[in-house]
Design a protein around this ligand. Sequence first.
Ligand SMILES: [Fe+2]
Length: 475
Amino acid sequence: MSELVLGPIIGGLSSNSVNLWGRTNSSARLHAWIGQQPDMSDAQLVATSPPLTAETGFAGVAPVQGLAPNTHYHYALTLTNAPPNPNQSPFPKFTTFPAENEQTSFTFAFGSCFLPKGKSSDLIFKTIDERRQRDDLRFILMLGDQIYADARKHNSIGKIATTLSDYRQVYAHVWTSPNLRHLLQNLPAFMILDDHEVDDDWTWKDYDRTQAQIPIWNRVMRALRLRPSQERTLPLERVQNALQVYWEHQGMHAPSMISPLSLDTNGQYALPPGDPGSLAYAFTFGAAAFFVLDTRTMRVKSWRGRSILGKAQWKVLEDWLLAVKDRFPVKFIISSSSLLYDLWVDLARDRWSGFPKERHRFLHFLAANDIGGVYVLAGDLHSTHAVRTDLYGPQGRSLPLWEFCSSPFRQNTNWLSSRTFRPIRSGAVKEQIPAFVLSKENFGQVRVNFEDTAAPSVHFEVYNRRGKLLAAVEG
Ligand SMILES: [Fe+2]
């Protein structure tokens, strides 16, 4: 008898559709039921997934269409076509997004980096769930390091993940954390990977993406610890395994990729030379537009040069920025790596600071095209900050650009980031003013307020795992 072992997750929510995700322990189909009564006595079967098979680790999505905007729905994800039993109420619920361009104020949560190390490691997700109910959080953005595949002491497999089944096992371990699982059943989620879904600070060695690498210090440390050779190198096949399992758990329930990566006959990312595909996607919530960058799978560090987004992703990003410029007063750029926060001490140069030309291109593009109302949301740093960057806009006007960063949900914190900030060097930047920086475990909450329609405001608050307010700023 099949069982749902992970999920459900409310993925890819929009004003009229949702992707209900689950992973089972054997072949099955997911049946999505929707109702408006809390006990689902009015439940209707609205979608069925394709068969869940071993090829996708028994993960799948029931895609639900035809929903009404801004409407509450209760739901159930079952493995048979028998309606959910009203005695199991209350059922989880979600609220669809408002119609596109409707100026509705809303609040959402975001953060990144979760390495459970013990019993109460996932307390922060209980706190987020309390805030979901209190502040009517509409969704959560999870900006990467959803798993630490290389944290062998805490990833449940006792080694660095290298095979499909290793990566799947790490997700199964992390995503059965009770408070995280409960939260994701009740709060719609949008996810993107950072480095640890594959390996620590990994990059490609060449623009054709034929060879990948991990930093020299990782190779040395793993050699000193007598780790087997497959953990000290990063062959193409391991990247493909990790990205496939990323797709199974994070990608398949997200909105469609803008330019999907091509697949080989095994259903894995083929990564052929010149493939323009990336994991980037976009979505909207009323009058706010979101672009979720893929800052990892196109990243190249070679003797011939460096790239963080890749040519093709630049094209879709710039096209998107021009398309939303006047149509959406508030735009969020989601970057797993920090874009606007540089450190005096940063050996890894694993953030946008390591790609100064591309960062300048981004800043210059915003300034030259006078694109206002842009907020960058970032993770990865294991600290939280808000920093305002004034760009040289047309006629010397200041064009403000904010970065809000939140990480980690649960991981070691980074004291260096709060003590070694330095303003970024770019001819597009007038000045940078950090509002706050704190090296503490945290999650972020963003409130987009359209009550004053002439000038929407965006508020950023940071909370610790017990729900204590750590910092707040109006952007
Ligand atoms: Fe992290």
